[in-house]
Design a binder for this molecule. Sequence first.
Ligand SMILES: Cc1ncc(COP(=O)(O)O)c(C=O)c1O
Length: 451
Amino acid sequence: MATIETNPKLGQQVRDDAKRYVLHSWSVQNAIDPIPVAGAEGRYFWDYDGKRYLDFASQLVNVSIGHQHPRLVAAIKEQAEKLCTIGPPMATEPRSTLARLLAEITPGDISMAFFTNGGAEANENAIKLARWYTGRHKVIARYRSYHGATAGAITLTGDPRRWPAEPGIPGVVRMLDPYTYRCPAGHPDPCPVCTGAPHLEEILQYEGPHTVAAVILETVTGTNGIIVPPDGYLESIREVCDRYGIVLIADEVMAGFGRTGKWFAVDNWGVVPDIITMAKGINSGYVPLGAMAVREPIAEWVRDKFFAGGLTYSGHPLACAVAVASIEAFREEGIVEHAAAMGEVFREKLHALAERHPSIGEVRGLGCFWGLELVRNRETREPLVPFNAGGEAAAPVTRLAKAALERGLYLMTHWNVIMICPPLTITHEELEEGLTILDDALAIADEYYLG
Ligand SMILES: Cc1ncc(COP(=O)(O)O)c(C=O)c1O
């Protein structure tokens, strides 16, 4: 364990400068009080007062391998000594190796990768390529989704984070989600939305399949509530896309790289998308990196054409080197298998929590990717805090998260859902430590229960 040195004065300076000079993302500047972070290791980070936090969010569900993994830190240092930066037209050892490794670990015949600086940019390039490849312009995206903050990706995004960016790019059509707990179709059996094909077919009937380039979806929905599709859903979307020549894009920026207990979330259902987008867990954010990887037919098609895309830092050597080291560490340390095993522990223990806390309406997830949906009443399923709630309306959940933080547990929450997404390397003891604090904090949610 790294020694934790305290320096409260520096901590105060860091916090003051952040509040005075930094424009923080997705925040009301005057309402935030960022934790000044002095260091991190494994599943913990700490502040300048020496207070440690167990990271049950992997920051933004991206530090999948944990903080300061020695092998990744060494890879950055080694690559920095050799070659810090070079332009994307060059062939570099880290990028070439990484592309080959991705071809090995991605499903089916996915075999060519384009590298980006993050997830949003991967999605931008995926829809651009799908439109070009098909010669069509519409993209079908779902409501309960987040695809990134750049112009196209935020238009694809279905949740209210899109509103300030509207009207956005043209051609985005919206589809409903297989959200069985609050199914918009009332969830009859069989359900037209949650089975996939009937709802998509109806949309296509009105849009004209010959105008639709792509369907983009988060294989397992992330921030919008950790929604795991029912078995058969993805297979059925795949079949409809195949029938109409529509490119299926799986956004695995959050769900990829072992998060669900498989290398990619699509592997849970044996579905091969035409394009898979990734970032976050690709190298746990040690250096910014994303990628879009495509199947063989698209790869072959694009080989003799001018690909109009890329940024100065695309496929940065430091970012690719640390991704190579991360994939090697995942393989040698059995991290994906560990995430799957911990998923079973989470499943059992979170369901046990639900037995003790009436405010837990639904437990859902897999691997190290779980959500607790909180309600005021289990019968009516009234959410503990309303959709898109902020300020006082969100108090039940913000109070809970604050209480957990005071006890040293860092949680990510989204409206009435508590996300439980620790690094995949979490140990049994750390899992127990986190769930014990969460158990206590859930008493706050129960105070609001009306059942
Ligand atoms: C599913 C999904 N797609 C795309 C993005 C955007 O990735 P980035 O923030 O790296 O641009 C995110 C970020 O949270 C995400 O969760």
